[in-house]
Every structure is written in C-alpha cells, then in structure tokens.
Write a protein that binds this ligand. Structure first.
Ligand SMILES: C[S@@+](CC[C@H](N)C(=O)[O-])C[C@H]1O[C@@H](n2cnc3c(N)ncnc32)[C@H](O)[C@@H]1O
Length: 253
C-alpha cells in the first residue's frame, strides 16, 4: 500500500474553500435527522470551516462540537461562529483517534469527508471511535459519493475546468481538474490546477479514496452498525444504481 496521501494547502485555504462550497443543499437533510431536543449533544466530524456546524448552531442547538484536523479551516470556523454569535465547541483532532470526554446523541460526517480515510484501518478506527462516543439510541449519519467509473475514466482523459468564482477577499479563482485513479488502492489521485487572478498558481493534490456501495455496507455491519436507511440523494430517494451519492442513516447494533 502506498503511504503518501495528500491534500494540498490551497484546497484548505478557508476563503477559497468557502467560495467554492457555498451550496447548503445538504443542510435541511441533516436538520431533519437531528434530535428535536435543542439541548442534545451533537458531534460533527470533519467540520471544516463550519459550513454546516454554524447554521445548525444558529438554529438553536446549544451543545454542538465540531472536530477537524486542519488548523486553517478550524480558525475560519471559529471566526465565523463568533461573528454569528453562536457557541460551538471546536476541537482540533484526527478523527481516526477520537478521545472526547462526552458521549453524543447524534454524530455525523458530512460532505464526502470519509474519502479522506485512505486505508481500511483508518475507516475502522473512525467507526470504532464513533461507537465509543455515540449514545445507545443515537444516530450516526454520513454521506459520500457513489464511485462512478465512467466519470473517472472521462476525468482521466483531459484537464477540465470545474469551477470559476470570486472569493470574499476578492480573488478570481479558476480550478481545472485532472484525475488519475489508482486501481489497487481505490484512491482517486485528483489534481486541481489553480489559476488566481488570471495567472497559473499551482497544482494541488486532492486524494480521495473511493468506497464502493457493497463494501461500505459490509464495513458498517462488520463494525456493528445497523443501516437504518440508505439514500441516493438529499431528497431521500432510496439508493440505487443511478445514485450519485451514498447517504447512510445508522445506529449501533
Ligand atoms: C470536504 S471537507 C468538509 C468540511 C465540512 N464538513 C463541510 O461540510 O464543508 C473535509 C474536511 O475533513 C477534514 N479532515 C480530513 N481528514 C481528517 C481527519 N483524519 N481528522 C479530522 N479531520 C479531517 C479536513 O481538514 C477538511 O476540513
């Protein structure tokens, strides 16, 4: 197994990240599954800049914790929480080695973040940590892509423009993408070519481990989770072969 996995620093430049990821179409879905009790203890793993954490806190959840490993992302999340006048407990930690003082009513890993767990061991460590921190009847939710071989093959053929936007600090960003899928590790070695204010800036690596549907189902069962439901999009259409996403609703077995 190759050991070097990478996510380039510009991928986690918080202002560029937020400019690129302004869509909140997953928020209502997660809101729907949150406990009704606003005092419930909520844990978001890989919370990043608080794209979902802060809107959830703004809707009255008082005990929400966000964990992330990237300092730049968490710093931005803290600034945004302060501006929004909400109280969120942000913790800098690696979710593969979770040791928190609290147990939770609801744990979630949104926005494809499990693709950054590159080895089976990483995924199993995260599942074990969630089992340890989730209350008996608590829910564990996450979403990720349904690997699309045709899309990956197309993505390997040429560099393609995937985004063009302006950041809140007035940088014009263009991102072009090229994929290189590794057939042994299931890691899509994605390159993002950044152009800032009309000039080429750099190539940033965005390695993403693909998880195939049956593989994820089995891994959850092996790690003593029951799959309560599995959807193919945030409108809760049942997962099937046409689904772009895998969205899991789980409980402890
Ligand atoms: C795609 S972003 C998602 C951020 C946020 N949840 C959102 O919805 O915008 C992935 C995040 O996962 C974090 N991350 C990746 N590996 C991690 C790990 N092992 N432990 C904690 N955070 C991790 C990255 O720092 C990044 O902020």
């Amino acid at each position: 197994m190759k050991e070097k996995y990478e996510v380039g620093h510009l991928i986690y430049d918080p202002t560029i990240y937020d400019g690129l990821n302004s869509d909140l179409s997953d928020l209502d879905f997660y809101m729907k599954w949150l406990p009704r009790d606003k005092n419930a203890h909520i844990l978001e793993l890989c919370c990043g800049t608080g794209r979902l954490t802060i809107p959830i806190a703004k809707r009255g959840y008082r005990n929400i914790t966000g964990v992330d490993i990237t300092t730049s992302m968490l710093n931005e999340a803290k600034v945004k929480a302060q501006k929004a006048n909400v109280n969120v407990n942000f913790i800098e930690a690696d979710i593969r080695f979770l040791e928190l003082a609290q147990t939770y009513d609801f744990i979630f890993i949104p926005f494809n973040s499990i693709h950054h767990l590159y080895k089976n061991e990483d995924l199993f460590n995260v599942f074990a940590g969630i089992r340890k921190h989730l209350k008996k009847d608590g829910y564990f939710l996450f979403d990720c892509y349904n690997p699309n071989i045709r899309y990956i093959v197309e993505g390997e053929k040429h560099l393609k423009k995937i985004a063009e936007f302006q950041t809140s600090d007035n940088r014009e960003i263009v991102i072009k993408q090229q994929m290189h899928y590794e057939y042994d590790t299931q890691i899509n070695r994605i390159e993002w070519h950044y152009f800032i204010n009309g000039e080429f800036n750099s190539i940033q690596r965005l390695d993403m481990r693909m998880y195939f549907p049956q593989e994820l189902d089995s891994n959850l069962l092996l790690n003593n989770f029951n799959i309560v439901d599995k959807f193919g999009n945030f409108e809760e259409v049942k997962f099937d072969e046409s689904s772009n996403k895998q969205i899991y609703i789980c409980k402890k077995a």
